[in-house]
Design a protein around this ligand. Structure first.
Ligand SMILES: Cc1ncc(COP(=O)(O)O)c(C=O)c1O
Length: 365
């Protein structure tokens, strides 16, 4: 059964919504989108990552502001965006395995899809399957610039793989990806900049090597919210992949030198009280905990998870709220919290103006 949003929600003050629910401040989203687009215009391309927001609505707003296309972590996300009319998609995760390759090829018939590869055998399998389907897949070589997650090693190993990709009949080499996820949350801006320069040296050095070998490297894709400003300063980089800047979260708010606003809150209700303590109706099922507890807005209180459905607010200076009050929480991690919810309640100035299905939530394949 398809989840039907409550039509009575439109026009309500946010505080009157049923809880727990996910609230998106559209004014703040627009300011964040504008800030990133303006900062990068004329300097470097933007291919924002949809793994954060997971909706065609926001992807369209990014394209309207000049984005080259969107990134997706999963084919399922890309399928949702393609169905929502987003034509140009980079899958930033290696596509491995028969079923996934089949799905990638089906998607490549509907949208302009680009894929990444970090392994010779995977490149051959992708090429063979694409040939069998009468397609050529636009491909980037994924390079490990220090995160030690995916990516072929920079330098000669990357050159060897790029040569293979360039030679395979089912693939079309367009460039490289080198994502430095391990640097995004370095709090001190100067430390983050120094680390970014080292990672970008690896990427730029490899790009030089590949270009010197006559390979067609027109795309060099990298960076997230924390490093976008530094990567944009590098001549070798052609485009950035930031995701979280659209809504931010309490972890990113603690990262120095970023001016994007929190646009995402989980609204929760106090359902029980004790001296110095309020119990709210949000736990692990509505707030992700991989980056710690959420931050309550406007309260001198600490949040602790109390299981799947409950959270505890502790007030060291005395409890200032009571049963029935609603509280806004800033999630500690936007991507994973959004993935827990069916709907965005979209607000402007405290009033619900729309309810958007989070169409690509749960698309983990
Ligand atoms: C490959 C890739 N690119 C870009 C991003 C976006 O990073 P952020 O959300 O920190 O802006 C991510 C996030 O995990 C990612 O995995």
């Amino acid at each position: 059964m398809v989840w039907a949003p409550d039509p009575g929600a439109i026009g309500l003050q946010v505080e009157r919504l049923d809880t727990p629910c996910l609230v998106l401040d559209l004014d703040a989203v627009e300011r964040n989108l504008d800030a990133m687009a303006q900062a990068m215009r004329g300097r470097v391309g933007l291919r924002p990552h949809a793994k954060t927001h997971k909706v065609p609505n926001v992807a369209r707003m990014q394209l309207e502001r000049g984005a080259l296309g969107l990134c997706c972590a999963k084919l399922g996300e890309a399928k949702v965006l393609a169905a929502g009319g987003i034509p140009n998609l980079l899958i930033t995760t290696e596509v491995v395995g028969e079923a996934k390759i089949r799905r990638l090829l089906a998607l490549a018939r509907q949208a302009d899809v680009m894929t990444v590869v970090d392994d010779e055998r995977s490149a051959h399998r992708l090429s063979d399957a694409a040939m069998g389907a009468g397609l050529r897949l636009r491909t980037l070589v994924d390079i490990n610039v220090g995160q030690n997650r995916t990516g072929v090693e920079p330098g000669e190993p990357a050159l060897s793989l790029a040569r293979t990709v360039d030679s395979l009949p089912g693939l079309e080499l367009h460039g490289v990806q080198g994502y430095e996820g391990h640097l995004q949350h370095i709090v001190d801006p100067e430390q983050r900049r120094t680390a970014s320069v080292s990672a970008m040296d690896l990427l730029a050095g490899t790009v030089e090597l590949l270009l010197g070998a006559g390979l067609p490297i027109e795309i060099v894709s990298t960076a997230g919210t924390g490093t976008a400003a530094f990567a944009a300063e590098r001549g070798a980089v052609t485009e950035l992949q930031p995701g979280s800047y659209v809504v931010m979260d309490s972890t990113y708010s603690g990262v120095g030198g970023l001016s994007f606003e929190n646009a995402l809150t989980v609204l929760t209700t106090v359902i029980s009280v004790k001296p110095g303590v309020a119990i709210v109706d949000s736990g692990h099922k509505s707030l992700s905990s991989d980056l710690g507890p959420p931050r309550p807005i406007g309260l001198a209180a600490e949040f602790d998870f109390q299981g799947d459905e409950h959270g505890k607010l502790t007030f060291p200076l005395g409890r200032s709220i009571d049963v029935g009050d609603v509280v806004r929480l800033i999630p500690s991690h936007c991507d994973t919290t959004i993935n827990l919810h069916d709907l965005y309640y979209v607000e402007r100035a405290g009033v619900v103006i729309a309810v958007w299905p989070i169409a690509a939530r749960g698309r983990v394949q």
